[in-house]
Design a protein around this ligand. Structure first.
Ligand SMILES: *Cc1c(COP(=O)(O)O)cnc(C)c1O
Length: 433
């Protein structure tokens, strides 16, 4: 029996998380499948940011650093994010961008290894990791006289866990394919080989349950504007296991990471704990918006929190895959994400059969014109068979339902069946894809 729209309506009615959608202002007629790139606007954000601007900044001015608790905000929001990733209060800080936080923690990890095991000169990551992670690692490899080795397949990682390895740097959920690593298993294997592990949680925080302590992770960083709904360019976060945090300085030794910033001393003395990972003055308005976004995820706690969100996310992605294959398989649609839900984050990527590869970008544009917002990630033009163009769809259980998934696949069917993607305007590429 094919799955009907009515079946999906029933599933939405039975969904214990359905009320969480009322936390957001989604434009009418939009099915938003891009929360993995930029989360949607929470209803509370506008009022909160307005309050910060009008009252805290406009009226109370500089007093607000104390009276409105501005100075504590990086730690206060950090404690909230900690609840989503298995960290404890006081261990996680909000600051800067993901790229900068990666620079800080990877540098710290490398300097710890320089102290403890100077013969270890290798950073290992994946060729398919997000480019900024690789670029930052390249820069630090140069600085530390280390080498960055990139593996092409997940199965190649265990062979790299040897006496040469200093740091294993992985993104838990791959931004292109949605592949999800086994964090605990890989961390333990790396530790057994004497290495440290840096986890990038950009596509994990707010998307999948993470337990940094259970995994005995060393360092983690993540992004505020994806599944945490913090708004464009929202500040990012950094976590360091308590066993490491006081053992090394991070390299961006700014004054707000000082043990006593308001003593204005000449010499840098890092704060005792994770606060040393703060550099300069935080972007307060962005922090206020980020807190509203994080609160939308924490709002699921009474219904089971991240575990409940994960259950729904898997149900949504399984439905999407089943429908996409049933309705669009004969039109050339292929699954480009792992089929096993345990190996998948909260996204599903499709690709098109080889003859349609060049249509991939226009298909995404035609879908967007129909109100179904996903995105396109370019493949390797030299080898599209191995790394095809990807149609990427993120599923955020906070604001998506089963009918949305049904309708999204119907739109994809129409775009392909009617060859709507052939409309010339859909081939025009913007600066941001
Ligand atoms: C989104 C993302 C980033 C973003 O970095 P910015 O500093 O915010 O630009 C970094 N790494 C990964 C793996 C990402 O998915």
């Amino acid at each position: 029996m094919p799955i009907t729209r009515q079946d999906c309506e029933v599933r939405d009615q039975q969904d214990p998380l359905r009320e969480l959608k009322s936390q957001f202002d989604l434009p009418p007629g939009v099915i938003y499948l891009d929360g993995n790139s930029l989360g949607v606007l929470p209803r509370a954000t506008l009022g909160r940011v307005q309050e910060v601007i009008q009252r805290e900044w406009g009226q109370d001015l500089i007093k607000s650093w104390n009276t409105a608790g501005w100075i504590d905000l990086p730690g206060r929001i950090g404690d909230k994010i900690a609840r989503l990733v298995g960290a404890r209060p006081g261990e996680l800080i909000v600051a800067d961008s993901t790229s900068l936080n990666l620079y800080k923690v990877l540098s710290t990890a490398l300097s710890l290894q320089q102290q403890d095991a100077p013969q270890r000169k290798l950073i290992v990551s994946e060729r398919s990791n997000f480019p900024t992670d690789l670029y930052i690692a390249q820069s630090l490899a140069e600085q530390f006289g280390a080498r960055l080795h990139l593996v092409d397949r997940v199965e190649d990682i265990p062979a790299c866990l040897n006496q040469e390895l200093a740091v294993l740097m992985l993104t838990e959920v791959n931004y292109r394919t949605g592949y999800k690593h086994e964090m605990a298993t890989l961390t333990q294997a790396a530790h057994a080989a004497g290495a440290l592990v840096v986890w990038d949680l950009a596509h994990s925080a707010g998307a999948v349950p993470v337990d940094l302590h259970a995994a005995e992770a060393d360092f983690a960083i993540g992004c505020g504007y994806k599944y945490l709904n913090g708004g464009p360019g929202a500040p990012a976060f950094a976590w360091v296991h308590p066993r490491h945090v006081a053992r090394a300085k991070q390299p961006l030794s700014g004054w707000l990471g000082h043990a006593a910033p308001f003593q204005f001393t000449t010499d840098y003395q890092p704060a005792a704990g994770i606060k040393r990972y703060i550099c300069g003055t935080p972007a307060l308005l962005s922090l206020a918006a980020l807190e509203c976004g994080v609160d939308t995820v924490l709002a699921a706690e009474p219904q089971g929190g991240m575990a409940a969100l994960r259950t729904k996310s898997i149900a949504l992605t399984e439905l999407f895959i089943a429908l996409a294959e049933a309705r669009c398989g004969h039109l050339g649609v292929l699954l480009a994400s792992p089929r096993d839900a345990r190996q998948r984050g909260s996204q599903v990527c499709l690709s098109l059969q080889p003859e349609l590869q060049e249509a991939s970008y226009a298909v995404v544009q035609a879908l967007i014109a129909r109100g179904v917002i996903g995105d396109f990630r370019a493949g390797n033009p030299a080898d599209l068979a191995a790394t095809p163009h990807i149609l990427r769809f993120g599923f955020t259980p906070l604001y998506l339902g089963f009918v949305d998934v049904f309708d999204a696949v119907e739109h994809l069917f129409q775009v392909l069946q009617r060859e709507e993607w052939k409309t010339p305007q859909f081939a025009q590429k913007g600066q941001v894809t």
